[in-house]
Design a protein around this ligand. Structure first.
Ligand code: HEC
Length: 157
């Protein structure tokens, strides 16, 4: 008789572990025919993520222009636009769809934008900004080579 509560406790423990694995680590991913990992997102979340990507590109261009014209304010503003504060606007549920490696890379890029902003404010060294931008672009490339987005209604892509 005492076995039933133990079995229930074990089942509860295992399902909690599974949920943590599914929502924090694995995300909603499927295989893709171009060897990238396809992340399944709702249309709303996919639109959000792609919009954020387009604003990353805008920030990159503006930072680059700031380097050319030695405009520290423009660099600061453009970098802050894509820094950590942008994460707060993420829609509910999107985090559960994203695998842990994607989240790590994404947070790292937001951090790198903040580092660019703080560094130009403090040191006004445009060569440093140029190098930081170059390093950050490598993170963009790593993620694009590893992941893609697909509609959650599709099973593979
Ligand atoms: C954590 C992963 C990740 C990082 C980091 C990342 N991207 Fe992306 N980006 C993606 C994915 C996934 C897509 C969708 C590609 C696909 O489905 O083929 C994408 C798409 C894009 C697009 C196309 C947007 C559209 O409307 O179709 C642009 C532009 C872009 N990224 C720019 C950047 C830039 C610039 C950086 C670096 C500052 C960056 N991304 C960093 C994952 C990332």
């Amino acid at each position: 008789m005492k076995k039933i509560p133990i079995i229930l406790a074990v089942l509860f423990f295992c399902s909690t572990l599974f949920l943590v694995y599914a929502f924090v680590f694995r995300g909603r991913v499927v295989k893709s025919d171009d060897h990238r990992i396809a992340i399944q997102l709702s249309k709303e979340n996919k639109d959000f993520a792609l919009k954020e990507m387009r604003s990353f590109l805008v920030s990159v261009q503006q930072i680059n222009e700031g380097i050319i014209y030695k405009d520290a304010d423009a660099i600061y503003k453009a970098a802050k636009e894509s820094g950590g504060k942008a994460v707060n606007h993420a829609p509910k549920g999107i985090m559960a769809s994203l695998p842990i490696e994607f989240k790590k890379l994404g947070f790292s890029v937001h951090d790198q934008f903040d580092i660019i902003a703080d560094s130009i404010l403090k040191y006004k060294n445009f060569n440093t900004t140029h190098r930081q931008l170059n390093t950050m672009l490598k993170s963009c490339i790593v993620c694009h080579n590893t992941f893609k987005f697909v509609d959650e209604s599709k099973n593979s892509n």
